[in-house]
Design a protein around this ligand. Structure first.
Ligand code: ATP
Ligand code: MG
Ligand code: MG
Length: 548
């Protein structure tokens, strides 16, 4: 189903189909394999693959692998896994810009022969300085007037590996006084003696982004080349190159806003540094805004797709409240996650009037809105755990949970009342002595008396120990400073609870699905779990607790 009207890009696509400017739409997602994908990329993925799906076209996955010093096979693999995880598929349309190196090179020779490109011997710094500023025109390079023969000879020797890194570049000969600085003789090729993951040591020159990107689009027959707003100023160069080269098709570039999110930084440079400097455990650390991090955290791909759909595609940059992503995660998990009980910070309870050695099985529902999810049994006995926070020895007025003399309901079980507390030498409460009312089985009193709180609990003997990792925002500043991001890191971004307890149904399941631990939030088993040490990540709490 075509969704014209949803955003300005889809409107353009629809108009181009209606006018027969194109009869089939071809888009591409063109990551550079120099890091893992983040949620900003998810926006681009959903847009490019989404358009292809909705309008019956094609979306290519193209690796923009033109900078071998930063690119690795690990990133190529992770990007493919992450696009699939998000629910999109390129089918057979997997491409690498490096597959076009030969053709790009031949076309560059063509530019030289037509007098549109020259070899410049200036240093990178000299070139930068001579390009001028917004208010000052650039200065022609002293090498700009070289003959075609000399340029061709030097360019071929650059290719043959004769010159060291950084000694020469190939530049387009456009206009050093152009208002748009991108047109002031941009660099097309640089010398780089580096091993490439796919082409090995074959090349000692590599094309620039501007030179490789548009030509790759043209080779693949891309109709709509969608990029982010920073590239708007590059569009005249994109078009200049397509105009001068014998390309097989003429793609058009469109720009949209980047996704920015509060409390995080969507920049591969920053994310790379977080990993390298050990601020996180890896690219898939659940605090990272990477797709791999979201996945490990338990975020369902459907929630990410819903989020990028809701934020839409705009022409102006903005910052999206991370609360919107969290809302989408909760919506999805509330619908799908099975309910379970876990006690994160246990406090022992002894039911004094429950017979020693006796155990009964109580029935608990797996999902309140979905009877088909069924029920499970939970053991109830004389020794239980409740959440430490659910008890106060000297409660304030509005505290309705357990306190001496007060009665509460244990979910799926009975009413209990606290009769006394046991303390250690330090004066801390280490155990509660309680009584239960056998007539309240299932949670209601035959005499109609009410309680104000229902609490989760676990049987002491049958529950299993677990480690639970609670994640908070990685940055404590809603708009972290990318230039000095370590100063904005949240020192409390990870809290590890080592003596949590979980019900047997949680421990026995190997399911990768997220569960709701009642009253606590959504949790997923972490890959660090072993047979005798279960580890869970909190995907998200039940309610918004920070983004006020
Ligand atoms: P970064 O700035 O994090 O290094 P990038 O743009 O250099 O990202 P690429 O691998 O070149 O990363 O990106 C692939 C595609 O994803 C590009 O088309 C790019 O426009 C898009 N993209 C990257 N970041 C975002 C974002 N925050 N929001 C929307 N699209 C993005
Ligand atoms: Mg890029
Ligand atoms: Mg980049």
């Amino acid at each position: 189903t075509a969704e014209a009207g949803r955003d300005f890009i889809r409107d353009i696509v629809q108009a181009d189909l209606s006018s027969h400017r194109h009869d089939r739409i071809v888009t591409r997602f063109p990551p550079e394999p120099n890091g893992y994908l983040h949620i900003g990329h998810a926006k681009s993925i959903a847009l490019n693959f989404g358009i292809a799906q909705e309008f019956g076209g094609q979306c290519n996955l193209r690796f923009d692998d033109t900078n071998p010093t930063r690119e690795e096979q690990e990133f190529i693999d992770s990007i493919q896994a992450d696009v699939h995880w998000l629910g999109f598929d390129w089918g057979t349309n997997l491409f690498f810009a490096s597959d076009y190196f030969e053709r790009l090179y031949d076309w560059a020779e063509g530019l030289i022969k037509a007098g549109h490109a020259y070899v410049d011997d200036q240093s990178q710094e000299e070139i930068r300085l001579s390009r001028g500023t917004l208010t000052e025109p650039g200065k022609n390079s002293p090498f700009r007037g070289r003959s075609i023969e000399e340029n061709l000879d030097l360019f071929r020797r650059m290719k043959a590996g004769e010159f060291p890194n950084g000694t020469r570049v190939l530049r387009a000969k456009i206009d050093m006084a152009a208002g748009n600085i991108n047109l002031r003789d941009p660099v097309l090729y640089r010398i780089l003696h580096a091993h490439h993951p796919r082409t090995g040591d074959k090349w000692s020159i590599y094309p620039s982004y501007d030179y490789a990107h548009g030509q790759s689009d043209a080779i693949e027959g891309i109709t709509h080349s969608i990029c982010t707003l920073e590239f708007e100023d590059h569009r005249p160069l994109y078009e200049w190159l397509l105009d001068k080269l014998p390309v097989p098709s003429k793609p058009h570039q469109y720009e949209m806003a980047r996704l920015n999110l509060t409390y995080t930084l969507l920049s591969k440079r920053v994310l790379t540094q977080l990993v390298r400097d050990g601020h996180v455990s890896g690219w898939d650390d659940p605090r990272m805004p990477t797709i791999a991090g979201l996945k490990r955290r338990g975020v369902p791909p459907a929630a990410v797709r819903e989020f990028v759909k809701r934020i839409g595609v705009a022409k102006a940059n903005s910052v999206v409240d991370v609360g919107m992503l969290e809302f989408c995660i909760r919506e999805e998990l509330n619908r799908t996650a099975l309910r379970r009980m876990a006690v994160l910070r246990p406090l022992k309870v002894v039911i004094e009037n429950y017979p020693e050695g006796q155990v009964e099985e109580l029935e608990a529902v797996n999902h309140p809105d979905n009877p088909e999810a069924g029920t499970r049994k939970i053991a109830f006995g004389r020794e239980l755990y409740i959440e430490r926070d659910d008890f106060m020895e000297n409660p304030p007025k509005k505290f309705f949970r357990l306190s001496p003399g007060n009665e509460v309901r244990l979910r799926y079980a009975y009413f209990i009342k606290c009769t006394s507390v046991v303390k250690n030498d330090a004066g801390e409460v280490v155990e509660l002595r309680c009584t239960y009312d056998p007539a309240t089985k299932g949670g209601n009193a035959p005499d109609g008396r009410k309680v104000k709180a229902t609490m989760h609990w676990l049987p002491a003997a049958q529950s299993k120990p677990a480690e639970i990792r609670i994640y908070n925002q990685l940055f404590s500043n809603p708009s972290p400073n990318a230039a000095n991001f370590t100063a904005d890191l949240n020192p409390q971004s990870l809290e590890v609870l080592t003596d949590a307890r979980v019900e047997p149904a949680i421990a026995e399941s190997n399911s990768p699905d997220v569960m709701q631990f009642e009253r606590q939030g959504y949790f997923v088993r972490d890959a660090d779990s072993t047979a005798d040490r279960l580890v869970f990540n909190r995907t998200i709490g039940l309610r918004d607790t920070f983004a006020k």
